[in-house]
Design a protein around this ligand. Structure first.
Ligand code: PAF
Length: 250
């Protein structure tokens, strides 16, 4: 094991998906910092921000049990001590998630940059569940030549296929059943199949369902080698996202 620091940035409300990130971090480094910070800059709605689940004591216990050596829950002023200079996520920050959540990825990059400045990690671990976020962070780190390895961890799913998300606890039992259409659709293999499957569930309102090239985040072409289905939409007032490499189960 290297003498290095691995950072697992989170907004708390830890579930099994986060614990997988922490376990991966522990495989890489003897020092594993888990940050818990609900970043107001990446929320477009004050209601969404105030409804975001918070459980500091529970999160700390879970993170330590999964292998964290330090759980860091900074105050707002620690992260943003002065006037905030936002980092732009560029054009990719304005499509798909970025089109529906204006400014979201600028907010994510801004907080990630502040977390990196404070922790100075050798590794930072992110889930593939937020695939566009992962893509944008990797690109920004490469463009800025930062000495940090961005490590991607596959999405963790419940046995029924639902991708784990801190928002899932807000789903009603009916909403949860409805949400299963997302992973079913992602297994359809192409855009037409995804849309057809999503249309079988009137309780799900689609924001987008596309197939992208994993390497560029542009729409996939027939010759694209690594294609990924990406879906976002609404179930009982909650916005859910998911993605899967086409032809795989993750
Ligand atoms: O993926 C998340 O939980 C957040 O976007 C992150 C990376 C912790 C930044 O606030």
């Amino acid at each position: 094991m290297q003498d290095s620091i691995a950072l697992v940035p989170t907004m708390g409300a830890l579930h099994a998906g986060h614990l997988e990130l922490i376990r991966r971090a522990r495989e890489l480094s003897s020092t594993v910092v888990v940050s818990l910070f609900v970043n107001p800059l990446q929320f477009e709605s004050a209601t969404d921000l105030s409804n975001y689940p918070r459980d500091h004591a529970g999160d700390t216990a879970k993170a330590l049990a999964a292998g964290a050596t330090r759980v860091w829950a900074p105050a707002y002023e620690e992260i943003y001590p002065a006037e905030i200079v936002k980092i732009s996520a560029g054009a990719i920050g304005e499509i798909f998630e970025g089109r529906h959540r204006v400014g979201h990825f600028d907010g994510v990059l801004t907080v990630v940059s502040r977390l990196f400045d404070s922790v100075k990690p050798n590794y930072a671990i992110f889930g593939e569940k937020d695939f566009q976020q992962l893509f944008i962070i990797k690109k920004w780190v490469a463009q800025n030549d930062l000495p940090i390895d961005i490590i991607a961890v596959p999405t963790v799913r419940d046995s029924d296929g639902l991708a784990l998300s801190s928002r899932n606890i807000q789903l009603t039992p009916v909403g949860r059943r409805t949400a299963l259409v997302i992973s079913r659709a992602l297994r359809a293999g192409d855009k037409a199949g995804m849309l057809q499957m999503l249309a079988t569930e009137p309780g799900f309102r689609v924001d987008y369902a596309e197939v992208i090239d994993e390497e560029t985040f542009e729409l996939a072409l027939p010759e694209t080698q690594f294609k990924r289905g990406i879906i976002a939409g609404w179930v009982n007032g909650l916005r859910l996202i998911d993605n899967m490499r086409m032809g795989s189960d993750r």
